[in-house]
Design a protein around this ligand. Structure first.
Ligand code: FAD
Ligand code: SF4
Length: 456
């Protein structure tokens, strides 16, 4: 790429690249789409939504012009319903279950949900009120979708809730992890604000286990909810990982969401390792940062990739290339310590293992070098092992063990929800499932005290 072209891709150009891609429905489109809904009795779309949003009701309210009522219907079931309107794999959930799949095309439930919640955001609506105080205190560790959902429901039931959040702002991966061209931060901030308006205290920039001790939390609250999600991307375990130009995908996306855009990747060749949603986000971010060529390397095949279909399509539309059955062997650098290439090896899939997955096996002699300027690692996430062990909780490799009914951990005072209990074959790590678990934890705590009262 010429210097002239590089200069033309200024930082303000890059900022444009990170604006939301989907424009959202116009009023006319939203009303027309709402009128297509059959308002099914026993609607399958409701059952397919992990938070059980009353979809036909919120759609009907859009059709009749009651947007406040519509937003309330959505948000009362899903405390992060505005984010979910943008990031849920709707074709696998509500839209996948819509009866109209059999005749024409499903109702655009996600887009309608976005239409109603966008209205509430634009019109600065406060949707819920705190419940009458019952004198019980709850500490929520982690202010992501799971923690916010738990805090919101508890506050509506009259609990005195404090969220401890390590990052500068609450919202978890909605604020820092899911790329801004799919989920702008202002959406997540509004959901956090809705929780704060219920008198929930949010202590940001506070790492539990460092800025405040586990003992202080345990002593000062009646109940604790662990909602810390997962941690950083693990090491690849290959030579050269510490070279300049090797990034952790989560930190990489976080930098773009925190406004720390740089034109270091303009005209560069980027390789992303992994094929989950994080890998796709790392790849599409690289494209928007001006990279000339972006490749995703995956040691299995397209069939085994874990990214949602819509994410995969999105990456292909962005021109991201995929190299299947390819694993990294060594990262190569120059004398200045900067990445210049990645040595890879071709793989083949072996026989299915006990869990049904076919394990990739290296093909000796198939080593080859791909010249690159940057590498983004996206091979999953590690766990908050130290914190989990400081609380003395039972876990399996960092996945906190909970009673499946009550979400209570091995310490009856402590509950857990969201990504911290997902993984290793347990549950689907999604925003919407984290939110539902947060709600479930709130109701489990409430049930334990048998406090009389209803949510406002
Ligand atoms: C890149 C990426 C893209 C994704 N895309 C999608 C998508 O399109 N759709 C979808 O449904 N899901 C997506 N997911 C998954 C989804 O984001 C998670 O399942 C969801 O955010 C889990 O919510 P959570 O509240 O459990 O955890 P998190 O969102 O991770 O929140 C945990 C919070 O705890 C805080 N915390 C951690 N340790 C401490 C501590 N010691 N003290 C205090 N606070 C602490 C963290 O700072 C964080 O704010 C994606 C995930 C990633 C990584
Ligand atoms: S299944 Fe489809 S048509 Fe029926 S209520 Fe749900 S969105 Fe409307």
């Amino acid at each position: 790429m010429t210097n002239e072209k590089i200069q033309r891709i200024s930082l303000s150009n890059l900022e444009q690249n990170f604006l939301e891609v989907e424009p959202g429905l116009t009023t006319r489109e939203a009303v027309e789409e709402s009128n297509r809904c059959l308002y099914c009795y026993d609607a399958p779309c409701i059952k397919a939504c992990p938070t059980g949003i009353d979809i036909p009701t919120f759609i009907k309210k859009i059709a009749s012009g009651n947007l406040l009522g519509s937003a309330k219907t959505i948000m009362s079931s899903n405390p992060v319903g505005a984010s979910c309107a943008r990031v849920c794999p709707t074709e696998e959930l509500c839209e996948g279950a819509c009866v109209l799949n059999h005749s024409t095309k499903p109702i655009m439930i996600g887009n309608l949900q976005r239409y109603a919640t966008d209205w509430a955001i634009k019109n600065e609506q406060t949707l819920f009120q705190p419940g009458e105080s019952n004198g019980k205190t709850v500490a929520v560790i982690g202010g992501g979708p799971a923690g916010l959902a738990a805090a919101r429901e508890l506050a509506r039931l009259g609990y005195d809730v404090t969220i401890f959040e390590a990052a500068e702002k609450a919202g978890g991966l909605n604020t820092y992890g899911i790329v801004s061209f799919r989920l702008p931060q202002k959406i997540s901030y509004w959901e956090v604000e809705q929780v704060e308006k219920l008198n929930v205290k949010i202590r940001t920039s506070t790492v539990v286990g460092k800025d405040i001790s586990v003992e202080q939390i345990t002593e000062n609250f009646d109940n604790i909810i662990l909602a810390v999600g997962m941690a950083h991307v693990p090491n690849l375990g290959v030579e050269g990982e510490n070279l300049d130009g090797v990034y952790d995908a989560i930190e990489f996306v976080k930098a773009t969401k925190s406004g720390k855009l740089s034109n270091d990747l303009v005209g560069k060749r980027v390789v992303v390792i992994g094929a989950g949603n994080t890998a796709i986000d790392g790849a599409t971010c690289s494209v928007r940062l001006g990279a000339e060529n972006v490749k995703i390397l995956y040691r299995r095949t397209e069939e085994e990739m874990t990214a949602y279909d819509f994410e995969y399509e999105f990456a292909k539309q962005d021109g991201v290339e995929f190299r299947w059955l390819t694993a990294p062997k060594r990262i190569i650098g120059d004398e200045r310590g900067r990445v210049t290439g990645i040595e890879c090896i071709k793989m083949k899939l072996g026989e299915p293992e006990k869990d049904g997955r076919r394990w990739p096996v290296a093909i000796e002699g198939s080593e080859h070098v791909i010249p690159v300027d940057a590498i983004v690692k996206a091979i999953g996430q590690t766990r908050h092992l130290e914190l989990i062990e400081s609380f003395g909780l039972n876990h399996a490799g960092g996945v906190v063990k909970v009673d499946q009914g009550t979400l209570q951990t091995s310490n009856p005072k402590i509950f857990a929800c969201g990504d911290v209990v997902f993984g290793k074959g347990l549950g689907d790590a999604m925003v919407v499932t984290a939110a539902q678990q947060g709600k479930d934890v709130a109701y489990a705590i409430h049930k334990q005290y048998s406090v009389v009262g209803t949510a406002n």
